[in-house]
Design a binder for this molecule. Structure first.
Ligand SMILES: [Fe+2]
Ligand SMILES: [Fe+2]
Length: 186
């Protein structure tokens, strides 16, 4: 869709790594939602939500985005603001409410330990529960200057450890299965 392309192009000018992460996360969400039998409309918007979940990083200062080493509390707040900026962007670009909701909820966790609102499981959409797993799995599988890529077995162990508390238990294995069958390209 043209609107998504425009946003991703703007992000790729400052942060091509995040664009790759968004594309891989969207591929995973498209495949898992199809495997789960979600209807076409739901699959479509879940995939757009995945494709745009970090689009608000356009608004994060490069000095924070690319800071090697740990962020100060103030810098963490700046980084976390990518959620709010992302909600504003997808809303301004006319995406449906579920896309903004996925952006809003992708850092929430089922036990209420996430941000920005500390929502508990029942307050988080099923779409965001899927996107958060695909998001974390991609981050774990990616190599960064400061960390090695984990193996899929490591990812399965980490996600299973959080199943039920942080993540939707029934979605962990479908995500792992899709990644095992068709690893997203770098
Ligand atoms: Fe994010
Ligand atoms: Fe992400």
């Amino acid at each position: 869709m043209e609107r998504a392309r425009t946003l991703l192009q703007a992000l790729s000018d400052c942060d091509a790594d995040t664009v790759g992460h968004l594309q891989r996360t969207a591929t995973t969400v498209a495949r898992v939602s199809a495997a789960l039998g979600w209807d076409e409309d739901r699959r479509r918007w879940a995939t757009f939500g995945a494709l745009l979940h970090d689009i608000g990083k356009i608004g994060v200062s490069p000095s924070v985005m690319y800071k090697p080493g740990p962020l100060s509390p103030d810098e963490q707040a700046v980084m976390r603001d990518h959620v709010n900026y992302g909600i504003d962007l997808v809303t301004a670009y006319g995406f449906p409410a579920i896309v903004a909701r996925i952006v809003r909820e992708h850092h929430e966790r089922l036990d209420g330990s996430g941000y920005p609102q500390g929502l508990a499981a029942e307050g988080i959409s099923e779409e965001a529960k899927l996107v958060m797993l695909a998001d974390i799995a991609d981050a774990m599988l990616s190599r960064r200057p400061y960390k090695q890529a984990l193996t899929l077995d490591d990812v399965r162990r980490a996600l299973s450890a959080g199943a039920g508390s942080m993540f939707e238990a029934e979605l962990v294995e479908p995500v792992i299965q899709v990644l095992a069958a068709t690893p997203p390209e770098e």
